[in-house]
Design a protein around this ligand. Sequence first.
Ligand code: ZN
Length: 368
Amino acid sequence: MIEFLKELLVVNSYTYNWGEINKVADRLSEEFKGLGFAVLKHTSEKSATCLEAFNNKDGEILLIGHTDMAQSLTGAESYDSINGRIVYPGVSDMKGGLVTLVYSLRVLRKLGLLPENLKIVLSCDEEQASPFSKEYLISNALSAKICLSLEPARANGAIVMARKGGVYFTLSAEGRSAHSGVEPEKGISAAEELAHKVIELHKLTKLDQGITVNVGYLTAGSTLGNAVAGSGCAKIDAKFWTSEQGKEVVERIKEICRKPVVPGVRLTLEQHSGFDPMEYFDQTQFIIDEVVNNARKMGLEIDAVITGGEGDAGFITASGTPTVCGMGPVGGLLHSPQEYLEIESLWERTALLSLSIVSLNERLKRNG
Ligand SMILES: [Zn+2]
């Protein structure tokens, strides 16, 4: 397992490195074919390959993951194992999860326990909110009964029952630049306009409801700072727990950004792709119960938690399919050069995933 993990680790599958992402996809595709799965490779001129695999095209259990990663390996040292951890970019998010997935399927196949009821989708652009792969995630979600996502388990070993959703915007303000001493009256300040907008937008935050609206980047004018700022831009992100909240907050952001406060300023609001929230349904509980019980049989006590971080699982629950995320190995410090994976948890979570696939399949068969 470690050898396979190391093989994946050295591939620089940063989310914009399509060629490298495809190397990971090809390697996994070979594995899936070897296990008797049919594999479909979806690609476009503007993306790497999104991988779809199934041993039953009507499979009820959907397994999802992603082949891209948030960081580039350029400048990364060679991988290190320290105190039972491997430290390396992408090790938890989510090359460890991919290894867990492949080995679970291998183990089940070897034992003759592999259910012919499985579908897999591996996004190639999850770190950009899956603008290309989203379509395949959703189409498979619509025809599945449950989904398990191979994102890493939390640092304390917990699995994930709900995630926030998010939307992203760029707000551009065009005013007019002018000498601030000689003829300031000719200027139209984009800086003043954006300042108003930041304050209005931040007022949409409701921490008690889990809604946040944040301007994370703000710029206007020239670096000399001796002229009325002629143009500027702000990057906005909003996070929320439910689709309802998401719709509402998007409306409010659009409303605020529609009209300028400073006469003469022209505003343009561009919306970028984001994740739907991964919502918890009543039917999610039986998946959690199965996983937690299986863990207990292995002598592990694990919790199911909610997290503010977004993920592909949001597209699955938005399609109405109950989902549990964080089924990958235990790790932490994701998206940082210190990202780590607990080595012991590789076998542990492989066993847990294998048991859970079998027991969930039995539950589905029993309940029709
Ligand atoms: Zn991830």
